[in-house]
Design a protein around this ligand. Structure first.
Ligand code: GN1
Ligand code: MG
Length: 361
């Protein structure tokens, strides 16, 4: 591990890396400064099985953080090093280090005195909405095609349905027969759910840079409980704003769990919906009328997408998502499908809330 750290342009003396238990995808360590007041670091081994284009991924992060830093400087903000992540290059100026064994490592400057939260309240949902809205707004003038898709077609529902169709046709572990109801529910909504991709092809719906993992735990809060910095930038890539809005609602505005075995626990939490939407609309001033109109649809799209992704993984024999028990992926599938049905029931209420917020804030 010392050899790895030695590759990076770290100028102060640091202690040995201590492992951190966060996230399922990368392996993370904190590297503390030996002297108080000096920089500490965040060392990560990048999961290159999931992120196969590490060069593109690191370039994305560098472009996005540089762009945000310039915006903060222009706005005359202070404390900028806590408001945007900073990659530490290697001594030969690269954004990551590849070991002789083929592992990839990167280093960020550690953001001090910041914590993350696992649960949302209406108050933190509003602040989180503001933070993700501001993030998208800061990136709205960065042409979306300057970034690569760090996971190709990540939030492209047409592609996800194609993967599902391949899994249904191959039926590699013989699970299809028990799931005719799920297949029917997915098929019934195909056309509606491919609307965003169609609108993009028709030139009506733009792509922007999205975070693509808008969970509350991907925001760092300061000592006063205010969001200071958005983290976990691995999936930052071009997409529809609906992705980030919808994925937050999928994970936070659900009274049940993502894998709830009791489907009756699952309902839409409209209070969280309204709070996040209020914060988001306040900051995301670049949105077109069509994008705003489609926000409730974006919630359904992301629940549908996750239904399709969990179900595909179930049919393929659980090769992507980590599972805790054999039926986990079908339980997740049914829970996401129920959330979608609940979102359909309150679609008009969601629309009315967006209209109200547009008028009154
Ligand atoms: C994965 O591991 P986590 O929770 O950050 C997935 C998301 C899914 C989520 C479902 C790179 O995210 O897209 O929405 O699981 N991330 C990747 O819980 O596939
Ligand atoms: Mg993540």
């Amino acid at each position: 591990m010392k050899d790895i750290l030695n590759q990076f342009a770290i100028r102060n003396e640091v202690a040995d890396p201590e492992p951190l238990k966060i996230g399922f995808i990368n392996e993370s360590y904190v590297v503390r400064a030996k002297r108080p007041g000096e920089k500490s670091y965040f060392l990560q081994r990048i999961n290159h099985h999931i992120f196969q284009n590490v060069e593109g991924l690191q370039q994305n992060i560098q472009k996005v953080t540089d762009h945000i830093r310039r915006k903060l400087q222009t706005a005359g903000e202070t404390d900028i090093e806590r408001k945007v992540l900073e990659l530490v290059p290697t001594k030969d100026g690269k954004l990551y280090y590849k070991t002789p064994e083929g592992n990839y490592w990167r280093v960020y400057v550690l953001i001090e005195n910041a914590t993350s939260q696992e649960k949302v309240t209406p108050k933190s949902a509003e602040l989180t909405g503001e933070a993700f809205g501001r993030f998208q707004c800061q990136l709205a003038d960065l042409p979306f095609d300057e970034l690569c898709e760090s996971i190709p077609n990540f939030h492209n529902i047409e592609f996800r349905l194609q993967q599902l169709d391949e899994a249904i046709a191959a039926n590699p572990v013989g699970r299809k027969g028990y799931c005719a109801d799920v297949i029917a529910a997915i098929n019934k909504r195909r056309e509606e759910m491919c609307l965003a991709e169609r609108l993009f092809r028709e030139g009506k719906l733009p792509k922007h840079i999205n975070h693509c993992d808008t969970k509350v735990n991907n925001i760092l809060f300061d000592e006063a409980g205010r969001p200071i910095c958005i983290v976990d930038l691995d999936t930052v890539m071009p997409g529809f704003v609906l992705s980030d809005f919808g994925d937050f609602m999928r994970t936070a505005a659900n009274t049940g769990l993502e894998d709830d075995t009791n489907l009756d626990n699952i309902r839409v939490d409209l209070e969280i919906f309204e709070a996040y939407a209020r914060g988001y609309l306040k900051q995301a001033t670049f949105l077109t009328d069509l994008e705003k109109e489609l926000l409730p649809y974006g919630c359904r799209l992301l629940s549908y997408m996750q239904t399709v992704r969990f179900f595909t993984d179930y049919l393929n024999g659980d090769t992507y998502y980590k599972i805790q028990y054999p039926e986990h992926n079908i339980v997740r599938t049914r829970a996401q499908l129920r959330l979608l049905e609940e979102q359909e029931k309150v679609a008009e209420q969601m629309k009315a809330i967006i209209h109200k917020l547009e008028k009154n804030g």
